[in-house]
Design a protein around this ligand. Structure first.
Ligand code: SOE
Length: 401
């Protein structure tokens, strides 16, 4: 059923027509989520993979064949005209998020947009405004901070919200990868500011900022940080220079984003934060870590051991003190009941499936999903404040929270 500003345009069906813009790494993660969600979860509407959109029709067609997308479009604007499309799933680089999301919302299409929400605060503000207006018309918008939906992270949020940790004093967040340590790793859109908006800070720092604000329920109000670009030029993709510079054409392009960011933060509840985001943490592959220290205890999470949450209960007798490993695979844990028996564990892709499950429920129930575009804007403000601080040699910057 397609909603337009004038309401349903055809007899309502249980199907939810989905169109995805983009088809690379995130396209694959989202495709598996749309296919898998109805198989493991009882959904009020059944997603139908109506269309995949990409400028390269052959490449998009190959992904359509692999994942079962029914049709291929090469212009995303066509998707907004189709009555069989109810949801636009944006899996493109950040420089296209605002234009596509705002047009889709105004056309009455629900929107799921990859993170970070946008490349600038101004774009994110316009998107959040469009989402608020669309919500009044029953059109929903969600931003893709999928790590909130890792069961151990959802459990961490529940534990903090219950008051079990007492007054929160410290939030310690890291997102450590090492895929750019090789100085001859080729150029990509993620290293081009005009496409990505920023480097490690926006790509992976956005995740740890959202996770910290989600788990603690508090907002970052001021930051002081530094950013660095360690390798300032790289071989043009496909022209990888061999050691010593021979082989390939040797053509190189400038890296115009940060390779790493480090910043301190103050939260609105008075807690202090220390954060890192880097693609140069040699040996760390996808180490998204969060530790929260409170007056009554602590939690600690590391995505590289993603089915475990560590909990320290400071109210226990001293001889029992220490971090306890909770294996977050019980049916009572968030999302787990739909999957496997205790101990069988989940993976990276499950957060994407849980994201789809929650979005479909919100669309059917007529409620706004989280993280909202307003949540995405809040992260964008922190990203911008860290950049401003780094540009000003680490001076303290307000985020606007
Ligand atoms: C970066 O390498 C990246 O692919 C991010 O863009 C994703 O958001 C994250 O889930 C995994 O790492």
């Amino acid at each position: 059923m397609s909603e337009t500003t004038n309401g349903p345009t055809k007899e309502p069906t249980n199907e939810l027509g989905v169109a995805m813009v983009g088809y690379a790494f995130m396209g694959a993660a989202h495709s598996q989520a749309w296919r898998t969600a109805p198989a493991f979860f009882d959904l009020p509407r059944r997603p139908r993979l109506a269309a995949i959109c990409g400028r390269d029709a052959d490449a998009a067609g190959a992904v359509a064949d692999r994942f079962g997308w029914e049709s291929v479009e090469t212009d995303w604007r066509r998707l907004l005209e189709r009555d069989d499309v109810d949801v636009i799933d944006i899996c493109t680089p950040g420089d296209t998020h605002a234009e596509i999301a705002i047009a889709a919302l105004e056309a009455g299409k629900h929107v799921l947009c990859e993170k970070p929400l946008a490349n600038t605060v101004e774009e994110a503000e316009a998107m959040a405004e469009a989402a608020a207006a669309a919500s009044a018309r029953g059109v929903r918008a969600m931003v893709g901070f999928t790590y909130r939906r890792v069961p151990a992270v959802s459990l961490a949020q529940r534990i903090v919200a219950s008051g079990r940790l007492g007054t929160i004093r410290h939030v310690r967040g890291q997102y450590l990868q090492d895929w750019l340590v090789d100085e001859d790793a080729p150029m990509s859109w993620r290293l081009d500011k005009s496409k990505a908006g920023s480097g490690a800070l926006g790509d992976i720092g956005a995740h740890v900022i959202d996770m910290a604000q989600f788990v603690t329920g508090s907002a970052i109000t001021t930051v002081s940080g530094l950013m660095e670009t360690f390798v300032t030029s790289r071989p043009v993709a496909g022209e990888r220079a061999t050691l010593g510079g021979t082989g390939g054409s040797g053509e190189r392009a400038d890296v115009t984003v940060d390779d790493a960011a480090a910043f301190t933060a103050r939260f609105d509840d008075g807690a202090l934060g220390v954060f890192e985001a880097t693609r140069f943490a040699t040996g760390r592959k996808n180490a998204l870590r969060l530790e929260v220290n409170g007056s009554l205890g602590s939690i600690a999470f590391d995505f590289e051991d993603m089915n475990v949450l560590e909990l320290h209960d400071a109210t226990l007798p001293a001889e029992e003190a220490g971090f306890r490993r909770i294996l977050v695979t019980e049916a009572d844990h968030p999302y787990v009941a739909a999957w496997w028996p205790p101990g069988h564990g989940l993976g990276y892709e499950h957060g994407f499936t849980h994201q789809v499950v929650d979005l479909v429920h919100h669309i059917a129930e007529g409620t706004d999903p989280a993280p909202s575009f307003a949540d995405g804007l809040a992260v964008q403000r922190v990203l911008a404040a860290v950049e401003a601080s780094s540009d000003a040699a680490g001076t303290i910057q307000k985020t606007g929270a």
